[in-house]
Design a protein around this ligand. Sequence first.
Ligand SMILES: Nc1nc2c(c(=O)[nH]1)N[C@H]1C(S)=C(S)[C@@H](COP(=O)(O)O)O[C@H]1N2
Ligand SMILES: [Mo]
Length: 199
Amino acid sequence: MAVISRGFHGRRPDSGRKLPPGQYETFDFPVLSAGPTPRVRREDWEFTITSETGERHAWDWARLTALPTQTPTVDLHCVTKWSKFGTTWEGVSLDLLLADVETAAGFALVFSYGGYTTNLPLEDLLDGKAWIVHTYDGAPLAPEHGGPVRLLVPHLYLWKSAKWVHGIQLTEEDDPGFWESAGYHDYGDPWREQRYRGD
Ligand SMILES: Nc1nc2c(c(=O)[nH]1)N[C@H]1C(S)=C(S)[C@@H](COP(=O)(O)O)O[C@H]1N2
Ligand SMILES: [Mo]
């Protein structure tokens, strides 16, 4: 009996990964920005986490890069329907950055240089699910992809991965960010195809 291999039809033979519903695979790295690219020098960059009581934790470039890093390899899923498999990053886990932050908040509002914001439940930043990253594919993260530092939350649609990240405000109530206010889904799970409000 002949066993006929039908091949992989548009999938990289070695990827073996699944696409979320409605997505297609891309091999380049599209740039999607709602405005101009802010140019933030590393020596001017600062990141703060502010708790719901106003307690402020801040990192500059030296303090951030002194921390132990992780090198996650993850798949990216953009709401405009492209997915990119197997991207490799280096950065600091949000578990580590949040470890000394005393909070009972349920939500996080992430804000960027340039004014972009996005919201998500605090638990989606914990347990090895999110990083702030400064290195992509072994090189310093390019400004158009969010350099010097961006958030990476790959289990949600990529609009949650704020580029040029500047800080996180922890909140008791869920305040919508930029795209969430414009009709995107509040949570944005690509596997449940939560693209727009009401999905
Ligand atoms: N600060 C900021 N972060 C952002 C955006 C933006 O416009 N500004 N766009 C989001 C959207 S919609 C997507 S799909 C990804 C795109 O990331 P990329 O340009 O590195 O592909 O960044 C997200 N993070
Ligand atoms: Mo996007």
